[in-house]
Design a protein around this ligand. Structure first.
Ligand code: PGA
Length: 262
């Protein structure tokens, strides 16, 4: 990235564990017990846990430098939506953030940009920090459509969000072809995608908003690959799926992310 005003010095590394549909309450408690002594206060650590473990894990993490959140929510405040969970319910259970627009939600549960935009709005209204995921599929990448997809998803999902609300947003670039596949995007790909996103945010919401926006990479992140990416100007941390299920692997990712930035 060219603009020195948008550099990362004020953005501490943020590591988000996305457990997906894994871990019972007992397993989640065990994870936190193992992770706790491996943390120090220099990192921002978020755990996106299953709904059922939220209240217990939020309570267990009260004295730790760890924020607890959810992997999804509904966009309406309340109503006849069998099986859904509201932002207010998440907050009451102890969530401080929520992942929205994950590619698994888009692909397997047919969530479109308009629905995701309403979730972002609801999260902001209710005081939850949204982590918005965007990213291209293999086919879109092969057709050189990566930037078009990122522009479309980012613009549509953040429709109407004000600059002061952007301060509570985290953006995660997750190329769909890298999620759960073992294929990590190259540093060159990540640099290009993150630079593009931050420039776009700067154009729409101003350079100050862009400069403070945490921009995460997600997709087959493992401890070994972290250092090469965290040194990039526009990479502020990681959204980790598979490797976040092990407290040892996740703590190694946290350690590797902090070393070169602090
Ligand atoms: P992965 O998942 O690390 O297992 O690829 C990342 C994600 O889906 O957020």
């Amino acid at each position: 990235m060219s603009d020195p005003a948008l550099k990362k010095k004020s953005r501490p590394p943020l590591l988000v564990a996305n457990w997906k549909m894994h871990k019972t309450i007992a397993e989640a408690k065990q994870f936190v017990e193992t992770l706790a002594p491996l943390l120090d206060k220099s990192q921002l650590v978020y755990l996106a846990v299953p709904f059922t473990a939220l209240a217990t894990i939020a309570a267990d993490c009260k004295a730790l430098p760890v924020s607890v959140g959810a992997q999804n929510m509904h966009d309406e405040a309340a109503g006849a939506f069998t099986g859904e969970v509201s932002a207010q319910m998440l907050k009451e259970a102890g969530a401080s953030f929520v992942i929205v627009g994950h590619s698994e939600r888009r692909r397997l549960f047919h969530e479109d940009n308009a629905f995701i935009a309403r979730k972002v709005r609801r999260a902001l209204i209710e005081g939850l920090r949204p982590i918005l995921c965007i990213g291209e599929t293999q086919e879109e990448r092969d057709n050189n459509l990566t930037q078009n997809v990122l522009r479309e998803q980012l613009t549509a999902c953040l429709e109407g969000v004000l600059p002061e609300e952007m301060e509570r947003l985290t953006l995660a670039y997750e190329p769909v072809w890298a999620i759960g596949t073992g294929k990590v995007a190259t540093a060159k790909d990540v640099k290009a995608a993150h630079g593009f996103c931050r420039d776009l945010v700067a154009k729409k919401w101003g350079r100050e908003v862009a400069a403070q926006l945490p921009l995460l990479y997600g997709g087959s992140v493992k401890p070994e690959g972290v250092q090469e990416l965290i040194v990039l100007d526009d990479v502020d941390g990681f959204l980790v799926g598979g490797a976040s299920l092990s407290p040892i692997a996740f703590s190694e990712i946290i350690k590797q992310s902090s070393k070169l930035v602090l």
